[in-house]
Design a protein around this ligand. Structure first.
Ligand SMILES: O=C(CO)[C@@H](O)[C@H](O)[C@H](O)[C@H](O)COP(=O)(O)O
Ligand SMILES: [Zn+2]
Length: 196
């Protein structure tokens, strides 16, 4: 296969995955946006976490809330837990990499806050522990996952929201996660600030 055919295959697979996701995810995305808006209207904030590309996604989301998405509006309270290298390295060094997010949530999470937990496999141990810590703090959880949902799926409560991309390929799942994040930003802005 020449390189351009290979590239075309990636594009077509990404388009197919997005098309399949569009059949099953909209109601879940709407519910997740309502959880987040409810939190923001009640003095809550949104914490986010993930590993690798999903750390980037967690940061992408928080920057769009803290700064802006597509319209002028006030800053919204959000924080990615994957950014502070002193905190991350000291927790990993002194305790365990599995606790890098949960320890931050135990310090920063307040009842009514929301955790955006991003994992394509649903099996990253530090994201699992983050969800457990969020529940201990009476926070709700929006999980972005894929594949079979992994161990994260069994941790979801009736009030949480699992957005599981119907794919087994990490890259394709991440591409849909970014689209979901932009949908969430748009729906949050629309519910809070209306009319665009
Ligand atoms: O971006 C990619 C692969 O596309 C990688 O950096 C990927 O995010 C890392 O391997 C993560 O550690 C995978 O974790 P997870 O999605 O299973 O929670
Ligand atoms: Zn990636």
């Amino acid at each position: 296969m020449d390189f351009q055919n290979r590239i075309l295959t990636h594009f077509h697979n990404s388009i197919d995955t997005k098309s399949q996701a569009s059949e099953v995810l909209p109601a879940h995305i709407e519910y997740a946006s309502r959880l987040m808006v409810d939190s923001l209207l009640n003095e809550g904030k949104i914490l986010s976490c993930g590993n690798g590309g999903s750390a980037g996604d967690a940061q992408h989301f928080s920057s769009e809330l803290l700064n802006r998405f597509e319209r002028e509006r006030p800053s919204l309270p959000a924080m990615a837990l994957s950014t502070d290298t002193s905190t991350l390295t000291s927790i990993a060094n002194d305790y365990s990499y599995n606790e890098v997010f949960s320890k931050q949530i135990r310090a920063l999470g307040q009842p009514g806050d929301v955790l955006l937990a991003v994992s394509t496999s649903g099996n990253s141990a530090n994201v699992i522990q983050a969800i457990q810590a969020a529940h201990e703090r009476d926070m709700k959880v929006v999980a972005l996952s894929g594949k079979d949902g992994g161990n994260m799926a069994s941790l979801m409560t009736a009030e949480d929201c699992e957005i599981r991309v119907p794919s087994d390929v990490t890259a394709r799942i991440q591409e849909v996660h970014l689209l979901v994040i932009h949908c969430l930003c748009d729906l949050i802005d629309e519910q809070l600030f209306g009319g665009m």
